[in-house]
Design a protein around this ligand. Structure first.
Ligand code: ADP
Ligand code: MG
Length: 685
């Protein structure tokens, strides 16, 4: 089975009939650039239209398909709309209102001629009204679909157009051999891939079709991760065993927790092998992962190798850099930083230091894996909080080196087990399940937003006492622009109260350096309040900030709230988290916030979150970086990932080279979803 079979699907959307640069550009805004993207652009719901001979009360607010005869035209004076009065078969008068293009409307609706109109029926005063109806010849009325799938749209593309595009793309779907295990197919009554796709597009409520498509996606992901593990383990790594001469000198104001001791033991055990380590370190916010990372890096340095630590953002990279530098100076270990910001001479000198081995530890953003960055002897890579360090990047790492470095990924996202599977399924897991002693638990309060003024007063007292605070504004819309505007409003209000120089603002629309500048003045204590949409970076550590206020708390995922709450409680002082809630909370909404008040246990919160989240109740998984799938919902992932993992593992156990009939089919599935890495993953050792 050749992957070329899929080529038509991976062609640019411009290769579809009637798609020019304009449409292509509009589609690109929805991330739809290839035919395959369109076939997986599944409808989000259904438009229903009612065909009736005459209007009645029950049809108000619905889209009607109605035959009418226009009997009077009233041109609007000035800016008033054109109104055409028409009657239905019962003699009801319906006003057809046109705010623009009156000449066109008059031509479409000549007096006394029967026409079919389609539009939403409103009441306007005592009148029935339809604004901007579609006008058809009555002979065409039968062609109007009474149920039509609705698609996610963007400016310049109507639903009708989108549907045409999707159908054109669907025509390219080849018949593919089945990759889903036959008993699974039978048990779920799943149809084949092509039929499931067609069904999901014709009937948005076809749950079984959707589920099968979700399974495909999750199966491809699991297969990719298993293959990644094979690739990463194919080459020999370099065993690294330290002698404690550096870590032994490390000056720490505290003792390692038992959990830290245990996980560093597991990591050292891995690093001593000649098989590259593939390990995930999970530990709740504040559990002390950075120190574990440092000990692992010192181990590598003691063994004569270099270590690199990848942070998700510039600001976190700088924060790690300054912590590490402080701790390593006395040990004679050289730490450097490399981000997009290091240019010219500074960059050159880091590159030289890496190449000649005089730099022992490098911290940075993605820049540290760019081409031209050559290490003398890179032995260990640590990836901090990097969901977006995807399969293809991980593959690159494993492929590039003659001896792949040991790899440690760290995450505080208290993701449930199933999500760990889909993100890090190829890794062994270590868990820090204990907090450093002496932390005062964060006190969490849930307060109605009708008390906003009181909360602001409280914030004033907190600032007056020398404290700092975060103020988080929620994602209101699926639009960064609107969210940014809401955050700007809130910042303006707080600035009025506390002064311009005391309140900073960061949001998703700001450029990196701009954001970093604000974060830096917050870390330095210059700013008292940091207003933010959820871009407050995971891992930001400002111990003096002991108050966090989250507006519209019910709109967040619980795991996310927990992450946000973890911004405070980082010093020894008492910290407080105020969850401001809207006034019309559902039962579930209440239960969710109550859980936040009740527990600080990230893993418990994550598990409950999945149970408690009513469909449609949760907003903004988008910023948590967990929305890796096109079709599969979090619920699908929870249900199907364990099955897919078992299945992928079984398949590879039986047929490691994916040479059997089903193996070949599975290759196609992999190409379909993991195209960027499929070739690399399937290259036989
Ligand atoms: P995270 O796991 O969220 O990355 P950090 O590594 O930033 O957490 O640690 C949070 C805080 O806890 C830091 O200020 C760190 O110095 C401190 N810390 C780490 N380990 C211990 C320990 N064993 N005892 C006391 N404090 C610790
Ligand atoms: Mg951290």
């Amino acid at each position: 089975m050749r992957p070329e079979l899929l080529n038509p699907l991976f062609a640019e959307v411009e290769t579809l009939k009637g798609v020019g640069p304009g449409i292509a550009k509009a589609l690109a805004r929805l991330d739809l650039t290839r035919a395959v993207d369109l076939i997986y652009h599944l409808p989000t719901g259904t438009i229903e239209r009612v065909r009736a001979p005459a209007v009645n009360q029950a049809m108000l607010g619905r889209i009607v398909v109605l035959d009418v005869v226009p009997f009077e035209v009233r041109a609007g004076a000035g800016r008033a709309p054109l109104r055409i009065f028409a009657s239905d078969s019962d003699g009801n008068a319906i006003t057809l209102t046109f705010f623009n293009n009156p000449a066109w409307a008059k031509k479409q609706l000549p007096l006394g001629e029967k026409k079919t109109i389609v539009g939403k029926l409103d009441a306007w005063g005592q009148e029935w009204q339809i604004v901007h109806p579609e006008v058809l010849e009555p002979s065409k009325a039968g062609e109007v679909a009474l149920r039509e799938p609705v698609y996610g749209l963007t400016e310049g593309i109507s639903n009708k157009r989108m549907r045409e595009l999707v159908l054109a793309a669907l025509e390219r779907t080849p018949d593919l051999p089945e990759w889903v295990e036959s008993s699974l197919l039978a048990q779920n009554h799943w149809r084949d891939w092509r039929a499931a796709l067609a069904e999901a597009h014709s009937d948005p409520d076809a749950m079984s079709a959707r589920k099968r498509l979700a399974y495909d996606e999750i199966f491809a992901n699991q297969l990719a991760l298993m293959l990644l593990r094979q690739v990463a383990r194919r080459k020999k790594g370099v065993p690294l065993q330290g002698d404690g001469r550096l870590s032994g000198q490390l000056q720490l104001p505290y003792r390692l927790t038992n959990a830290q001791q245990r996980v560093i033991g597991e990591i050292r055990g891995d690093m001593a092998q000649d098989r590259p380590m593939l390990r995930l370190l999970q530990g709740d916010v504040g559990s002390g992962k950075t120190l574990v990372a440092l000990l692992a890096m010192l181990e590598a340095v003691e063994a004569g190798a270099q270590a690199a630590m990848l942070a998700p953002t510039e600001i976190l990279a700088r924060q790690h850099f300054s912590t590490l530098q402080r701790q390593c100076q006395a040990l004679g270990v050289t730490v450097a930083i490399l981000t997009g910001r290091e240019k010219g001479r500074a960059r050159e000198s880091v590159l030289m230091g890496l190449a000649d081995g005089s730099i022992n530890i490098l911290v940075g953003t993605h820049a540290i894996f760019q081409q031209h960055v050559g290490y003398k002897r890179l032995g260990l890579i640590i990836i901090d909080e990097q969901h977006r360090f995807g399969v293809s990047q991980r593959l690159l790492l494993a492929e590039k080196a003659v001896h792949p470095p040991h790899l440690l990924a760290m995450t505080a996202t208290p993701i449930p087990r199933t999500l760990t599977l889909t993100h890090y399924g190829e890794m062994d897991v270590s868990r820090i399940d204990e907090m450093p002693p002496g932390r005062t638990p964060i006190e969490t309060l849930v307060i109605s937003d009708s008390k906003l003024a009181d909360v602001i007063e409280g914030l004033g007292r907190h600032l007056a006492a020398g404290g700092q605070a975060y103020w988080v504004c929620p994602l209101v819309e699926e639009s960064e622009t609107v969210d940014a505007a809401a955050a700007e409003d809130r910042a303006a209000l707080l600035r009025e109260r506390f002064g311009l120089g005391r309140v900073g603002l960061v949001h998703g629309r700001m450029k990196g350096p701009e954001k970093d500048a604000v974060m830096t003045s917050f870390s330095s204590g210059e700013l008292g309040v940091l207003v933010a949409t959820t871009v407050i970076e995971v891992g930001v550590d400002v111990p003096n900030a002991t108050l966090i206020i989250v507006e519209g708390a019910e709109r967040f995922g619980l795991a996310q709230l927990h992450q946000l709450r973890g911004r405070v409680g980082r010093g020894s002082g008492a910290s407080r988290c105020i969850l401001l809630r809207g006034q019309n909370l559902s039962e579930t909404g209440r239960a969710r916030l109550a859980l936040m008040r009740e527990t600080n246990d990230g893993f418990r919160i994550a598990e409950e979150d999945l149970k408690l989240r009513g469909p449609g109740e949760i907003l903004g998984t988008r910023q948590s970086g967990e929305q890796a799938f096109r079709v599969a919902s979090p619920e699908d992932v929870a249900e199907l990932a364990p099955i897919a993992q078992g299945d992928a593992r079984l398949l590879l156990d039986r047929d490691g080279g994916l040479a059997s009939e089903r193996g070949q089919a599975a290759r196609l599935c992999l190409y379909l979803f993991e195209r960027d890495s499929a070739v690399g993953l399937l290259r036989s050792g």
